[in-house]
Design a protein around this ligand. Structure first.
Ligand SMILES: *[C@@H]1O[C@H](CO)[C@@H](O)[C@H](O)[C@H]1NC(C)=O
Ligand SMILES: *[C@@H]1O[C@H](CO)[C@@H](O)[C@H](O)[C@H]1NC(C)=O
Length: 384
């Protein structure tokens, strides 16, 4: 049996729409919340950022050769499987400075991919196949890291350690998602101050916290026990949603409900139809996660992912998937970037009106997502 390794590296930078969720958006949202819950529960560090979609795109790519029912079910069923290719194409048409999706298949130099699999890979946009000598682990790791480094614009370096590679690896699959959004209305750095952040009911730390007042998408979700705030990026279609538990220590329960009942109905759905004047206080943050999907996948209805031989990929044998992991990074700050100052004072007339402001003070552990239209690209938790 030949071993196959899937590696997955990705990065989201920054902070950065539609509101009606199609069935594919719902499949992705369900899996996203389930994966986030597992990553949160398994992780020693409760600050987590993940791109479940990136993992799903990678599995769709793999399954175009492997044809495993378990994966098909995980991806939402036969009808949905082809949509990941379509989504990959849609995302690849965005401005690469803002959003990059890239897939890569490396094959051990001594083997050949089946032609049917090669053409399946090529039909996924932004997907390439290259030969690599995994026996020379240092050089192989350097080659892969260089590709990841390039695709993530230097945000993820040395993701792959040479001791995770060996001569018995046949193929490595990679997927990278990179997002860099710029707030539609940036935060002013001069309003950023150290403020209390309640890690738990009896533990408080100081965090540099951004501040702004704006007319924003805002709603309460009794279903989740949380309030939601939508922060749009200048790049249309991209939006960050902060899900702030009502209780200081409410995050585990909100995450559990989101994973069990979904996060769309009664929460994300129609968020943009609920508008309020909001005073936002949001900590700046930066999170890096390395997820071991070998541990997480079995909990997501993929118990055989690393056991079932796949014969449709290479000439003259079957392969077993040996590893999938994901590196992700997110940085949230005042900007986005350059155009910051320009939009600042735009709320002109509002001060003349008598307006009731919602206070949205993000001063305890919360959940966030970044979505592209109705597809969740990233989700994470911020705890400390
Ligand atoms: C593929 O994506 C495009 C653009 O998002 C969309 O218009 C089209 O309907 C999609 N095709 C399928 C089969 O879903
Ligand atoms: C998402 O999860 C919810 C809650 O488990 C379920 O009712 C719904 O059918 C799921 N949607 C899809 C498209 O899988």
């Amino acid at each position: 049996m030949i071993k196959l390794i899937i590696l997955l590296g990705l990065a989201a930078m920054a902070l950065a729409t539609t509101d009606s969720y199609g069935n594919h958006g719902r499949v992705i949202a369900n899996t996203t919340m389930q994966l986030l819950r597992e990553a949160y529960n398994l992780g020693e560090d409760k600050n987590v950022v993940a791109s479940p979609l990136s993992f799903m795109i990678l599995l769709a790519l793999f399954n175009s050769g492997a044809h495993q029912n378990e994966i098909t079910r995980f991806l939402g069923g036969p009808h949905f499987e082809s949509l990941y290719k379509n989504l990959s194409l849609t995302l690849s048409k965005q401005d690469a400075e803002t959003l990059t999706v890239a897939n890569k298949v490396y094959v051990a130099s001594k083997y050949n991919l089946k032609e049917s699999f090669t053409s399946a890979v090529q039909s996924f946009s932004c997907s390439e196949v290259d030969k690599l000598d995994f026996g020379n682990a240092d050089a192989a790791a350097a080659t892969i890291n260089q590709w990841i480094n390039e695709k993530t614009r230097g945000l993820i370096k040395n993701s792959i350690k040479s001791d995770t590679l060996s001569a018995d690896i046949l193929t490595a699959l990679f997927n990278v998602i990179y997002v860099k959004g710029h707030w539609e209305k940036p935060f002013h750095p001069e309003f950023t101050r150290n403020k209390d952040f309640h890690i738990s009911k009896d533990q408080v730390v100081q965090k540099p916290t951004m501040y702004k007042q704006e007319y924003l998408s805002y709603r309460e979700s009794p279903e989740l026990g949380a309030r939601l705030l939508g922060l749009r990026y200048k790049e249309t279609s991209l939006e960050m949603v902060i899900v702030l538990p009502n209780e200081i220590d409410g995050l585990p329960s909100v995450l559990e409900k989101a994973a069990e009942k979904g996060i769309i109905d009664g929460a994300l759905e129609k968020l943009n139809e609920f508008k309020s004047h909001v005073i936002v206080e949001l900590p700046k943050f930066e999170v890096r996660s390395s997820l071991d999907l070998n541990k997480i996948a079995p909990k997501l209805g993929l118990p055989n992912l690393f056991r079932e031989p796949a014969s449709g990929l290479v000439e003259g044998g079957s392969v077993i998937l040996s590893k999938v992991f994901q590196d992700a990074f997110i940085k949230v700050d005042e900007k986005g970037t350059t155009a910051a100052a320009a939009t600042a004072g735009q709320a002109g007339g509002i001060s003349l009106l008598i307006v009731t402001y919602q206070d949205f003070k993000v001063d305890h552990p919360f959940l966030y997502i970044i979505k592209f239209e109705d597809k969740i690209l990233f989700a994470g938790t911020y705890v400390h």
